[in-house]
Design a protein around this ligand. Structure first.
Ligand code: 0O2
Length: 276
């Protein structure tokens, strides 16, 4: 195939990857905006390089003309989760979406691959709109934990280095590292509730602190400077005490104060208007 034709063939896959990265990143954002723990930690995507497509086609005995039908991961999206339990949630999200249809799933978590590889793959049909009309194509979505991703990234580089000739000792070390990944995920899963709770508290605290600082900044424009400095010092004292309830109460008081000042400045504006 000529370079131009490859580019033409791969272009819709690029579009699919770009769209899906945006869509899944938005899912994460929606959880965060709703102040709910997000099962998605991060999302990346890539279109397979031409050389990798050719390698895979050669490895699987696929004819160049049949590449799009036989190679499912020309477009790849990777979703990273913190915990193994989150992977089920993400898979459910994918199954419930109306903009993609699941072709099949590969569970390399319940049973890892011979290499030690752990991940959950969902192959979906996804339609992109091009100037030539809609194009339905396949995308491989890999869903795995941070720990699984760490292992896969390292092992992938070693595969590149050694190709088929990875030394047996290294292979065994990777297998035992993969077992360690399984144990680490299990261990982290057992304190998941605790970790999620801590993360949610941190997020709520960060939100209240941002609200307070916004309130103080607004007050700078409308209130007496000495009073605002006093409020700011009071905030620093409360902040150091690390008491969420106190922070919330302080924020509510600032809301009331801001509203009072806003109402006063509207009244005086109206007064000035009447004088004209
Ligand atoms: P690259 O360079 O990442 O694109 P199958 O016929 O189903 O057995 P297939 O079609 O390769 O084989 O599907 P599979 O096994 O689900 O693999 C798809 C992708 O998963 C691979 O693409 C890798 O990205 C990843 N993967 C699978 N096995 C391993 C593994 O042992 N180690 C690592 N690090 N990644 C793996 P490519 O094209 O092989 O590679």
């Amino acid at each position: 195939m000529e370079t131009q034709l490859w580019r033409e063939m791969l272009d819709p896959y690029r579009l699919a990857v770009d769209e899906l990265v945006v869509k899944f990143t938005h899912v994460k954002q929606e959880y965060q905006d709703a102040r709910i723990y997000s099962p998605i930690e991060s999302v990346t995507g890539r279109v397979k390089r031409i050389s990798s497509i050719l390698d895979k086609a050669h490895r699987k005995g696929v004819d160049i003309e049949k590449i799009e039908d036989k190679i499912e991961d020309i477009a790849g999206v990777r979703i990273i989760c913190q915990f193994v339990e989150d992977i089920d949630t993400v898979v459910d999200i994918i199954r419930r979406r109306s903009d993609m249809i699941v072709k099949h799933e590969k569970d390399y978590i319940t049973k890892s691959k011979k290499s030690g590889y752990r991940s959950y793959h969902v192959i979906v049909f996804y339609t992109v709109q091009t100037i030539k009309g809609p194009k339905n194509l396949e995308v491989e979505i890999q869903i795995r934990t941070l720990a699984m991703d760490f292992w896969a990234t390292i092992e992938h580089s070693l595969q590149y280095k050694y190709k088929e000739n990875m030394p047996e000792e290294l292979r065994e070390r990777l297998l035992s590292a993969s077992d360690a990944v399984g144990k680490l995920d299990e261990e982290m899963g057992s304190v998941r509730d605790e970790i999620m709770d801590a993360q949610n508290t941190n997020r709520r605290r960060a939100k209240v602190v941002t609200d307070i600082l916004n309130n103080i900044e607004n007050l700078y424009h409308i209130a007496n400077e000495r009073e605002v400095t006093k409020i700011q010092n009071e905030f620093f004292d409360i902040y150091k005490r690390n008491d969420m309830e106190l922070l919330n109460r302080f924020n509510k008081q600032l809301d009331v104060l801001s509203e009072t000042y806003n109402a006063q400045s509207i009244q005086s504006l109206a007064g000035n208007f009447m004088d004209i």
